[in-house]
Design a protein around this ligand. Structure first.
Ligand code: APR
Ligand code: PHB
Length: 391
């Protein structure tokens, strides 16, 4: 089998890239380890930057997004019980975010794949890139006990943080940067109306809490928890009590309690691997970088990576220029590091750090008070939250 671009992984990075290349007339095949139900079923964040919304529309995938996506012009912060709003649209000259679950994005991408001739091979076992330093790289995998091989010009490693692509970059070339946070997020989904029409990020003595949503009838809530905590110890009642305590009276008074149908604990990590290209292998999305979920940048960063990568590959095939390919890693990393900084900063501002002392806590309180009273500080938060431009 032969194609121009072999894409490893059918998450948001891999599928958006496949659709972008298809549009441009570049051949691609996506190899995915799991099946569609698994990939689509994973519960992830759901705040889309304008870059991501624009891409959905550019790819003619925005029908449901237009009808069901919830446009948010602002976001809210609670500092020890006091709520204030950041009017992102007013501050940034009209920028907004759209709440639309990653699961919905994946459904739209998968539904459109087959009719548009985007090839996705599911249940591909032991996927391995080969000869990435040569002009003739290829990928092998096993399917139903049979060894398969895909010859290609380029390989796009879109296989997430635990994928195999990043490891194909020689250890003396790949530099990694990491911060592991000493807490996790306990997340809950419940079919109850959200407590607010926008999101609420709360910094409380007892730890961070977040009120988010998936639809007008489905809420997504999180509380910061210890890394050693067990899901079995968090009954719904305990969760709602802790959430309400941390959100403060104003928001808590509007929380509708109900049975949760999803509950899980996720660790928080910042990670970047550099460079994002080695030979004929490119990394995109979580394969190259992880952000803590505070600010919901994960999927949006995967999108900005593949927009840049698709431009570079299209330039190669259509204009015969390798300038984009040669510049991809530096261009993508410039935006990645800014989002890493924002996600790290927003995490530090809103969470309780067990290893920090009273002085650090005072700094948090002072910074939150500063943001509350300063248009400049609010603008800084807002322009990062809605997403920095692709340059
Ligand atoms: N071979 C083939 N596919 C693989 C392999 C492998 N060895 N390893 C992982 N995969 C697949 C996974 O099953 C998954 O479907 O690669 C895909 C990677 O998808 P994501 O982890 O979603 O990563 P990405 O597409 O970069 O999206 C990043 O979306 O899922 C969120 O938290 C994530 O917000 C972040 C964003
Ligand atoms: C979510 O809705 O899952 C969500 C929203 C905002 C975040 C993180 C997660 O910052």
């Amino acid at each position: 089998m032969r194609t121009q671009v072999a894409i490893i992984g059918a998450g948001p990075a891999g599928l958006f890239l496949a659709h972008l290349l298809r549009r441009a007339g570049v051949d691609a095949v996506v190899l995915e380890r799991r099946d569609r139900a698994y990939v689509e079923g994973r519960v992830r964040a759901g705040v889309l930057e304008q870059v991501t919304v624009d891409l959905m529309h550019r790819l003619d995938l925005g029908g449901r997004l237009r009808a069901e996506g919830m446009v948010h012009t602002g976001t809210n912060i609670v500092a020890d019980g006091q709520l204030f709003r950041i009017d992102m649209a007013e501050l940034t000259g009209g920028s907004t975010v759209t709440v639309y679950g990653q699961q919905e994005v994946m459904k739209d991408l998968f539904d459109a794949a087959e009719p548009r001739g985007v090839t996705v091979i599911f249940d591909a076992e032991d996927v391995a890139p080969h000869d990435i330093d040569s002009a003739r790289p290829y990928v092998t995998w096993r399917q139903d006990g049979v060894e398969r091989r895909l010859d290609c010009d380029f390989i796009a490693g879109c296989d997430g943080y635990h994928g195999i692509s990043r490891a194909a970059i020689p250890a003396d070339v790949l530099k990694t940067f990491e911060r592991v946070y000493p807490f996790g997020w306990l997340g809950v989904l419940a079919d109850v109306p959200p407590c607010d029409h926008e999101l609420i990020y709360s910094n409380h003595e007892r730890g961070f809490a977040l009120a988010s949503m998936r639809s007008p009838t489905r809420s997504r809530y999180y509380v910061q928890c210890g890394l050693g905590e067990r899901i079995e110890d968090w009954s719904d009642d305990r969760f709602w009590d802790e959430l309400c305590l941390r959100l403060g009276d104003e928001a808590a008074g509007r929380v509708t309690r109900g049975a949760s149908f999803e509950k899980s604990i996720a660790p928080l990590r910042s990670f970047v691997g550099e460079p994002m290209r080695h030979g004929r292998l490119f990394l995109a999305g979580d394969a190259a970088h992880i952000v803590p979920p505070t600010g919901a940048k994960g999927m949006n960063l995967a999108v900005s990576d593949v927009v840049m990568l698709a431009e570079a590959l299209t330039e190669h095939y259509l204009d015969g220029s390798d300038a984009g390919i040669d510049g991809y890693s530096a261009r993508a990393l410039a935006r990645v590091w800014k989002a890493e900084r924002f996600s790290w900063w927003f995490t530090g501002l809103t969470h309780r750090f067990p290893d920090r002392d009273g002085f650090d806590r005072k700094m948090q309180v002072a910074e939150l008070a500063y943001i509350r009273g300063s248009r400049a500080a609010q603008l800084t938060l807002a322009e990062n939250y809605v997403g920095l431009p692709l340059v």
